[in-house]
Design a protein around this ligand. Structure first.
Ligand code: IVH
Length: 686
């Protein structure tokens, strides 16, 4: 091949690399691309083709060299020239202030600024550059020695393989490699399809991806990086503030989080934390808090470190929402409709400031799908809402020899003497309708069912009998003061006995009796929900009152007519008619009627079209101004529907504090999101 050809190719390759690098910089560091993706791809393709034709011209810092090389046998060790420290934590404004006061004292009252940053929930890494080339990338390891993961980090497109301009001869930048949520969910979906254990959170997934011996696997994961510190720099004076150092690194092509802010006061830093506590679920990645740093580098140096934590920076963390613990037993409880509900009994573990030792496990299929077994160490999470959930076993647990057998409801409830699976409370043989996932105790007199039914009847979403909580409901049954819910309304005739057993003052007892009286006038939909008909919760109850103006009308509706109502399928219809065929239930309804409990719908009197007719609302997260139940009731009172799950039919998602996964779903489906304030306005409450 003539030399001139090679020279021509070399010149073109250089030109293409410069272009691709510039476009990478505009895209990753500045978030402001100048060329289309298609144009970028064309440049890359031409560069790849030329490098294939002239392999002698390939260099390790070429932007084509990110695909991942062959697997390694093991990672090498990298000793960090400057230890990679960790951060002290605070969990409240008071603790943050205590840190700040200490710092001010140590700095003799000198003035300084603060930089507030997201605390990325990923993996700390250090990138070393020599003469502008990326030469080593390492994990934090124990802070002194990390693993050499250079080949893997090279596959992350937002890490520059080379930098140019007025740069230090050798320097190290530090940052967090993380997996954006979209990539995390995609990865777990793929793993579920392949029957592989799922990653409990994006951080584990990022760590697992970066610490792959086969860089081609890393290359296939959508990892990203934010750089948050300069480790060290040789041969060039660096800016004297953290903020300017970050701007300088950004100008070299490193990706810096645009959400970082420089502020002058502690109050502003606390506000930054508060803001992101509320908004963090709108981010495309997970953060576990914010980091507050002293901006002035000489002051950072003056402050130094304590132990392995710098005094000049602090992590203000959100309460943890994830954890792991040992699953001691999968036990079974009996629900109000006889459902046999498996639940987990665990070694107590603190998550988000709450100690958790139990979690619902839904049903046998779900337990088997997640492959959760007794004795496993499991990942736990508390979602935006409060109910803890077991995500699955840790990979070590899932691989453990001698692990317990997969969970089986029949085996769990098996009674050796009788040779059949039985209800753990009353011993009746269990049943499992063919088309259902749940097992049931068919004995409606089962003491557990009776208790659960009464507890449900008085609960907030049902008849809302204030003053009668779960424990009192159980006491009333055990003391023989009530046999069923309707007996609540004759409690006033047994006031003396009630006084004696409850050891309550006269005033409290009278208050309770008054709130029982008050509950007689609850809307029909509440009563229908309170009756505890299998498969009929508050949503279905709401739907039913739109078609029936009294309990009698519902009771007399033939099963096949019920199924004509949209959203009422054969399962619900069958359950409603079965409920009204049961003499015990009819007896309770008669007693409720005799006591004067409202059996009619107010909506029956409504003639005009209600304001929110046809509008479907879903609420996620905590509301500040009113409870979720009240909000839902208001929505319904205006003719709207309030559902618990986001579907294509949802019109509005009301986003409260710490919203859950519904927010992401609503985003995917393009459903309108409104704030609590906007909801108040719609409801005419503002
Ligand atoms: S600065 C000496 N800034 O938090 C201070 N760390 O708990 C070095 N982290 O190992 C850390 N986001 O992995 C800093 N904006 C940020 C961060 C951050 C996440 C991680 C980092 C570190 C850990 C300390």
């Amino acid at each position: 091949m003539p030399d001139s050809d090679i020279e021509k190719a070399e010149a073109r390759i250089e030109e293409l690399r410069a272009r691709v690098n510039r476009n990478n910089y505009l895209y990753y560091a500045l978030d402001n691309p100048e060329v289309s993706d298609a144009e970028y791809d064309t440049q890359m393709r031409e560069l790849k083709a030329l490098e294939e034709q002239f392999p002698q011209l390939v260099t390790t810092d070429s932007p084509t060299q990110r695909v991942g090389t062959a697997p390694l046998a093991a990672f090498g060790v990298v000793t960090h020239p400057k230890p990679m420290l960790s951060l002290g934590n605070v969990f409240s404004d008071e603790e943050l202030e205590a840190w700040y006061t200490r710092v001010c004292k140590l700095l003799d009252g000198k003035k300084f600024d603060l930089v507030c940053e997201h605390k990325m929930d990923g993996l700390a890494i250090a990138l070393t550059y020599e003469n502008g080339k990326f030469i080593v990338g390492a994990t934090r390891g124990d802070g002194y020695n990390g693993e050499n993961i250079t080949q893997n980090l090279r596959t992350i497109r937002s890490i520059p393989l080379s930098v140019s301009g007025d740069i230090p001869s050798r320097f190290e930048v530090r940052g967090e490699v993380y997996l954006p949520l979209a990539g995390f969910h995609k990865l777990n979906r793929e793993r579920a399809e392949q029957g592989l254990p799922l990653f409990a959170n994006p951080r584990n997934a990022a760590a697992g991806s970066v610490r792959q011996l086969d860089p081609r696997i890393t290359a296939g994961r959508a990892l990203d990086i934010y750089v948050y510190a300069l480790g060290y720099a040789e041969g060039k004076q660096m800016p004297s503030t953290h903020w300017e150092t970050m701007q300088y690194l950004k100008s070299l092509g490193f990706r810096i989080n645009p959400k970082n802010e420089r502020v002058a006061t502690l109050a502003e830093a606390a506000e930054y934390f508060r803001h992101w506590t509320e908004e963090r679920h709108s981010l495309p990645y997970e953060i576990d808090g914010v980091v507050v740093k002293i901006d002035q580098v000489p002051m950072q140096e003056q402050l130094g470190d304590v132990g392995r934590e710098p005094r000049w920076a602090i992590a203000y963390k959100f309460p943890a929402v994830q954890g792991r613990t040992v699953l001691k037993e999968i036990a079974v409880s009996v629900g109000r409709t006889g459902t046999l509900n498996p639940f987990a009994i665990m070694e107590p573990v603190a998550i988000g400031g709450v100690t958790i030792s139990r979690a619902a496990l839904h049903n046998e299929d779900d337990i088997r799908r997640k492959d959760i077994r007794e004795g496993d160490t499991v990942f736990l999470q508390r979602a935006g809402d409060v109910i803890p959930e077991i995500v699955g076993p840790t990979p070590e647990s899932a691989a453990r020899p001698g692990r317990a057998a997969p969970f089986s409801m029949k085996a769990k409830l098996f009674d050796k003497a009788k040779g059949i699976p039985v209800c753990p409370v009353c011993g009746t043989e269990v049943v499992k309708p063919a088309e259902e996932v749940m097992y049931y105790c068919p004995n409606s007199a089962c003491p557990a069912q009776v208790e659960e039914r009464l507890q449900h009847f008085v609960s907030r979403g049902a008849m809302d009998v204030r003053g009668v909580g779960e424990q009192m409901a159980v006491m009333l049954l055990r003391e023989g003061l009530a046999k069923d819910a309707a007996d609540l309304y004759s409690l006033k005739d047994k006031r003396d006995r009630f006084l004696a057993v409850e050891r309550l003052g006269e005033k409290s007892v009278d208050n309770i009796l008054a709130s029982i009286e008050k509950s007689k006038s609850r809307p029909l939909s509440r009563l229908i929900n309170a009756l505890g008909i299998r498969h009929v919760g508050d949503e279905t109850a709401d739907l039913l009152v739109r078609h029936f103006d009294s309990l009698d009308a519902l009771e007399n509706e033939p099963e096949d007519e019920l199924t004509n109502i949209p959203s009422i399928g054969p399962k619900i219809a069958g359950s409603i008619t079965a409920f009204f065929r049961n003499p015990e239930n009819l007896h309770i309804i008669e007693k409720l009627k005799a006591a004067g409990v409202n059996m009619c719908s107010e909506a029956a009197a409504l003639t005009e079209v209600p304001a929110l007719a046809g509008q479907e609302f879903v609420i996620t997260g905590k509301l500040e101004k009113f409870s979720r139940e009240t909000a839902e009731e208001l929505i319904r009172s205006l003719g709207g529907t309030a559902k618990s799950d986001v579907t294509k039919k949802t019109n509005y998602l009301v986003v409260g504090l710490e919203p859950g996964s519904k927010l992401e779903k609503a985003r995917k489906l393009g459903i309108k999101q409104i704030s609590e304030t906007e909801l108040l306005a719609i409801l005419g409450q503002s």
